[in-house]
Design a protein around this ligand. Structure first.
Ligand code: CTP
Ligand code: CA
Length: 225
């Protein structure tokens, strides 16, 4: 792809892309979070925009994105869920690159928690699975893609998520490697589909984004045939 003359193969698509790690309130000043930087989702958003797609980025990361990309800032899994489900009917594809918390504090404190001499226990409850819910609700023709961050049995776990969440593809990556994944500028993994898989060699998140979008385009062509 040449920057000055990009292939506009995603013209007509409206991509909903999520990025970053959610923050779950403990009290007004503290949260439970994770190490996700949002870089993968932002790279996808920027690349899709260049390829002619309309893009809505739903993110917890306040980093700047290109003009022309609608950005919705959210904090918690619940806020991300609302932002995604509200916009799903107008989208042609959803890519969940966000690291959504699996648990949140059951009763966040209304005031700052003061320390004491005692131990402190936080009770956690599950958050909704946004990707699985979107796949259940999906308007016809909408492509639904997720990521899977794994530290072991990457392909097996990725395949299980593909099946159980009912999505079109899962980008499974090994986040135990020091050179890829969470927080890194690089990534590597495998893109899993019901009937095939595509190896994603170690590359920058920008290159990885282009390869993932090549597959989105391919899925669209297959769907429309
Ligand atoms: N996901 C989501 N909502 C959640 C948790 C995850 O939409 N509450 C999405 C992520 O954005 C990602 C995919 O589901 O696209 C897989 O996330 P991952 O954390 O790898 O899998 P989980 O299903 O949460 O399982 P586990 O963390 O136990 O491996
Ligand atoms: Ca998880």
């Amino acid at each position: 792809l040449h920057a000055a003359n990009p292939i506009r193969d995603l013209a007509g698509e409206h991509l909903l892309i999520t990025a970053g790690g959610t923050r779950e309130a403990i009290d007004p000043v503290r949260f439970l979070g994770n190490r996700s930087s949002g870089k993968m989702g932002i790279a996808l958003a920027e690349a899709a925009l260049k390829r002619g797609a309309k893009v809505t980025l739903i993110t917890t990361a306040s980093r700047a994105v290109s003009l022309g990309c609608e950005r919705v800032l959210v904090e918690s899994a619940e806020e991300m869920r609302t932002a995604v489900l509200d916009r799903l009917p107008g989208a042609t594809a959803l890519i969940m690159a966000a690291a959504v918390a699996d648990y949140r504090v059951t009763n966040p404190a209304a005031q700052k928690i003061k320390k004491s001499g005692e131990k402190l226990t936080l009770e956690l409850e599950r958050t909704p699975d946004i990707l699985a819910e979107a796949a259940r609700l999906r308007p016809s023709g909408t492509l639904i893609l997720g990521f899977a961050a794994e530290t072991e049995r990457v392909v097996e776990e990725g395949r299980r998520k593909l099946r159980e969440k009912g999505v079109d593809a899962i980008v499974a990556n090994d986040v135990s490697r020091p050179d890829t994944g969470i927080g890194s500028d690089h990534n590597a993994g495998v893109m899993l589909f019901a009937d095939r898989e595509v190896r994603l060699e170690l590359s920058s998140k920008w290159t990885m984004a282009e390869r993932i979008l090549d597959e989105v385009h391919r899925l669209r062509v297959l769907r429309d045939r």
